[in-house]
Write a protein that binds this ligand. Structure first.
Ligand code: 6PG
Length: 238
């Protein structure tokens, strides 16, 4: 399902509302809400709106567990940190208990960081393949999502739940959820904004292209819902 919004603000408002809806549905049915956040810049406004007067009273923060879909292996105070971005945009302003915020600890060697996060997920999800109630994802211009970059082994990782990634030309390693976890979520939401994403979004939507070239095209929840929230600029070629 794809929804097209006139601009970034309306896209962000829709994303925040969907987050609120998912959170309440999850807590009503299972008394907790497990969400994996996306990094990058697109979700920033949606996260800010979650902490706004409009939404903050609507969210069952005390029953929420916050994870990340991926992280850059940098200190948490580094501007590249996805955890720092979420913290500054909303987590420091809302009452999610600290023990329920689960950042990816990248202070150690990336492979160990991936292993440790997988162990953490296993403890949280009772040793079973995690079922996130909501996973937010972004879309890179090269078709990556989370830190599943074209040509990296993580894209073809089907045993591990969390993998380390090094992208040539980037200054840091990354740690990412793998497709088995992403595709096991109840709801997966892509947030895509801006004319820079128009070409890749059109390619992703064209299922005729080779899947191996576009990791984002391999996000197909086995039992869950896949939702694309895009603005008109990003949708200009579809
Ligand atoms: C990351 C993100 C990544 C991001 C896309 C889109 O850690 O880099 O998880 O997958 O969502 O690169 O980024 P923008 O939203 O900044 O365009």
């Amino acid at each position: 399902m794809i929804s097209i919004y006139p601009d970034y603000e309306k896209l962000s408002s829709a994303a925040a509302s969907l987050f609120v809806e998912c959170a309440n549905q999850s807590v009503d049915s299972q008394s907790r809400f497990n969400v994996a956040l996306s990094g990058g810049s697109t979700p920033k406004r949606a996260y800010e709106l979650l902490a706004s007067a409009t939404n903050r009273e609507l969210v069952p923060w005390g029953a929420m567990h916050v994870f990340w879909g991926d992280e850059r292996c940098v200190p948490m105070d580094n501007p590249h940190s996805n955890a720092r971005m979420a913290w500054e945009t909303f987590l420091e302003k809302v009452p999610v208990p600290a023990r329920q915020i689960h950042p990816i600890d990248c202070s150690r060697e990336p492979r160990n960081a991936a292993r440790d996060y997988e162990n953490h997920l296993s403890n949280h999800f009772g040793g079973k393949l995690p079922v996130f109630d909501l996973i937010f994802l972004g879309l890179g211009e090269d078709g990556h999502t989370a830190s599943l970059f074209p040509g990296t082994a993580a894209v073809d990782e089907f045993d591990r739940w969390v993998a380390e990634v090094f992208v040539p030309g980037q200054d840091f390693h990354r740690v990412t959820l793998t497709l088995p976890v992403i595709n096991h979520a109840r709801v997966v939401v892509f947030l895509v904004s801006g004319d820079r994403k128009a070409k890749i979004l059109n390619q992703v939507m064209d299922k005729g292209l080779g899947r191996e070239f576009i990791p984002a095209q391999r996000v197909e929840p086995s039992n869950g819902k896949l939702i694309w929230l895009v603005d008109r600029a990003a949708a200009s070629q579809i």
